[in-house]
Design a protein around this ligand. Structure first.
Ligand code: IMP
Ligand code: MG
Length: 181
């Protein structure tokens, strides 16, 4: 039987480590957004596991919404062009927004999304990302809640894919190089 676990070179963060980290982020959000009209905007599809685990740590009232964008196609390098595949369902004017993203690489996707969402006049706009690759940054991005800094490897698992595969791994791992080089 095929097993996607065999395609992983190294596990970076286990389920338990992710759970603890997300608990900490949730606590900070509960503290910072107490009494505020909060909407979490998950970026499909990479953020689904992070989003659903983070929501379970948030105990203040909040709404959730999703957007889908595409910048990669099926390659491992960003194309630099961001397209909106699914827009928000709700109005965000006057609300406090946190964008929930899986991983920040060059920063191109988030720069575009920040500009796009800002134009809809939310009361505030911040970012929560699970993983961050600072070495790869091309555009400065201000991240309020960040899980882990990761080295410049191709990462999969816990929602994050390579060519739509590996999202169902429950941990964060490095994909074996021979599978994408
Ligand atoms: P950016 O626009 O270059 O910051 O790219 C951000 C998006 O690229 C993320 O939301 C991911 O979907 C994808 N991405 C960046 N690095 C990786 C990776 O190591 N593995 C899988 N997807 C990645
Ligand atoms: Mg993404």
């Amino acid at each position: 039987m095929q097993n996607i676990n065999n395609d992983i070179k190294e596990i970076l963060y286990s389920q338990e480590q992710l759970k603890d980290k997300i608990k900490e982020i949730g606590k900070n959000i509960n503290r910072d957004y107490e009494g505020k009209d909060l909407v979490l905007v998950g970026i499909l599809k990479g953020s689904v596991m992070f989003m659903s685990d983070l929501l379970r740590e948030i105990t203040i009232p909040c709404q959730m919404d999703f957007m889908a964008v595409s910048s990669y196609g099926n390659s491992t390098e960003t194309s630099g062009v961001v397209r909106i595949l699914k827009d928000l369902d709700f109005q965000i004017k006057g609300k406090h927004i946190i964008i929930v993203e899986d991983i920040i690489d060059t920063g191109i996707t988030l720069k575009y999304l920040m500009k796009y969402l800002k134009s809809r006049n939310p009361k505030s706009l911040e970012i929560a990302c699970l993983l961050n690759k600072p070495e790869r940054r091309e555009i400065e991005i201000d991240v309020k809640y960040s899980g882990y800094n990761v080295p410049d490897y191709f990462i999969v698992g816990y929602g994050i894919d390579f060519a739509e595969k590996y999202r169902n791994l429950p941990y964060i791992g490095i994909l074996k190089e021979e599978l994408y080089k």
